[in-house]
Design a protein around this ligand. Structure first.
Ligand code: FE
Ligand code: CA
Length: 528
């Protein structure tokens, strides 16, 4: 843990003063006011590596990006636990770290689990930067990040990797190993970053600790995931743009209802703990609401020059409770003949997010409208004696909210809307109509769902039933784990499902399961 020499004297002091100004713009400015100069060389002599959880960057803008790390204090360094710590963030123009741009100090302490969210501002659009953190005697690994292009830039490409569902126990993160090696602009992660629960049937390695419900337990779970070398490599290689799904809190939760119908106030307390731990471990601009810690805004929009708008939607925090749940068990289930599904007041996004999204969508002037959200939008129902079945946790459980969203696209005659999702542990390519599977209802948008990084998928029997009864679905396979490469260009979007049979083992390598394409101006998938 040696630290490389840093230019000393006046120049670094000038940089520090410049950054003090930039820091005033950071939303958590109170948590990271510039430190006194002496701290640049002071700080603990560490017995074990405080940067063992790695580094990350995220939410790129044309002129800024969030840089993240968290100090982990092993038993030998427990004496530092109660102390506020000063972490210096260093930014470079080149991979060899020969061209330092600036350094600035960020304060952190135990109230935020010694996490660091350093907003690097005043950057050039559409270029790579390298960064690392220094605290006392220790220096972090080096991360690479990238800003988004200027808003009016006629940029030719956006290369992203779509991923979700990384159950630590159910497989190794070889998908992240491959993503880390690729030339990507952004990793788009759409939920189930951690899992709170275990399935003893599928365990190639184990969670430490039981099912988290309290802040310290969620912190421990996140920290364990962050020790994975492949996940660390993927965070260090690319900026991430993220949303969450259910397992970051508890399986199948819907707003303040969990899968056991627990007291809503207790669910909100647990959710507040989960959201705080999530923020502490992710490269995000905003944390939990200071007044209402059980609330945290994660939905966002990122522009990629004139080529694309990328929305990240929150399908958990504001959604209506499940329709027709099992009264004894709660949570998700497959329902049929459920009249509640036809209640138009039921919502997947909540009123405010839905209004914000449809306004943004209809006013967007960019070519591609990429809508990243946590689950599957196309229907997966099958015929039953009581009528068509619906999985009440996905968009099939919120059919009128889905109809509103797709109806907005149809009415505004929007071209080039591509829905991106995860959650269901299978690769899906589907056409989206206002009325699912009804040939008289035109295809208005396209959908790509990525399989899980490691979590087990549904049985082939069930997958076949879904394929056979849903002609809108062009591709559906649940037997492999991986991620999806998405190459966005003005003329079309090409997607490659990269995967390996379950479970992903340490030496597994990915191959291309299928390639699909959406051509600009024509909604719907074609073979790539
Ligand atoms: Fe999942
Ligand atoms: Ca999920």
């Amino acid at each position: 843990m040696s630290r490389d020499p840093w230019p000393t004297g006046q120049s670094s002091r000038r940089d520090l003063h410049r950054m003090a100004l930039a820091l005033a713009l950071a939303p958590w400015a109170s948590a990271c006011t510039p430190a006194p100069l002496r701290s640049l060389s002071a700080g603990p002599q560490w017995q074990s590596d405080p940067f063992a959880l790695g580094v990350a960057s995220g939410q790129p803008q044309p002129d800024s990006v969030v840089l993240w790390t968290r100090l982990r204090m092993a038993q030998a360094d427990a004496a530092h636990q109660a102390q506020p710590q000063t972490v210096v963030c260093e930014l470079f123009a080149d991979e060899a770290l020969r061209q330092p741009l600036r350094q600035w100090a960020v304060q952190t302490d135990a109230s935020r689990a010694h996490s660091v969210h350093a907003l690097a501002t005043g950057l050039q659009p559409g270029r790579s930067y390298w960064y690392r953190f220094v605290c006392g005697s220790a220096a972090s690994p080096v991360g690479r990040t990238r800003t988004s292009p200027a808003l009016n830039d006629k940029v030719e490409r956006l290369r992203l990797a779509l991923a979700s569902c990384q159950h630590y126990e159910q497989g190794y993160f070889v998908a992240h190993r491959e993503m880390a090696q690729r030339d990507l602009d952004v990793v788009l992660f759409v939920g189930d970053y951690i899992y709170e629960s275990s399935n003893p049937k599928y365990q190639v390695r184990q969670h430490s600790g039981g099912v988290p419900t309290r802040l310290d337990e969620y912190r421990q779970r996140h920290a364990q995931y962050k020790t994975d070398p492949d996940l660390q490599a993927c965070h260090a290689a690319h900026p991430w743009v993220m949303t969450w799904d259910d397992h970051e809190v508890v399986n199948d939760y819907a707003d303040d209802e969990d899968n056991k119908f627990s007291d809503p106030q207790a669910v909100l307390r647990r959710r507040a703990a989960a959201y705080q731990a999530y923020f502490e471990h992710m490269p995000l601009r905003l944390g939990p609401d200071a007044q209402q810690p059980q609330r945290m805004r994660i939905h966002d929009r990122m522009a990629w020059g004139q080529l694309a708008d990328v929305w990240t939607l929150d399908c958990r925090q504001y959604r209506s409770h499940h329709a027709c749940p099992d009264p004894n068990r709660g949570g998700a289930r497959v329902v049929a003949g459920c009249a509640e599904l036809q209640d138009a007041s039921r919502t997947m996004l909540g009123q405010a997010q839905e209004a914000w999204f449809s306004q943004g969508l209809t006013q967007s002037t960019r070519r591609w409208k990429l809508v990243a959200q946590s689950t599957q939008m196309s229907s997966t129902g099958v015929p039953t004696p009581l009528g068509r079945s619906a999985f009440n946790d996905g968009w099939d459980g919120y059919p009128l909210a889905r109809e509103r969203l797709l109806g907005t696209i149809a009415q505004a005659q929007l071209k080039d809307v591509l829905i991106l999702g995860g959650d269901v542990h299978m690769n899906v390519a589907a056409n989206l109509r206002v009325q699912a599977n009804d040939e008289r209802s035109p295809v208005v948008a396209s959908e790509l769902v990525t399989t899980s990084v490691s979590s087990r998928g549904m049985s082939e029997t069930l997958a076949k039933q879904i394929r056979d009864n849903n002609p809108d679905i062009q591709h559906l396979r649940s037997d492999e784990r991986g991620y999806t490469l998405v190459d966005v260009q003005a003329a079309g979007v090409s997607a490659e499902f990269r995967s390996t049979p379950h479970p992903a083992m340490p030496a597994s390598t990915l191959r291309t399961q299928a390639q699909w394409r959406v051509n600009s101006g024509v909604a719907g998938l074609v073979r790539g």
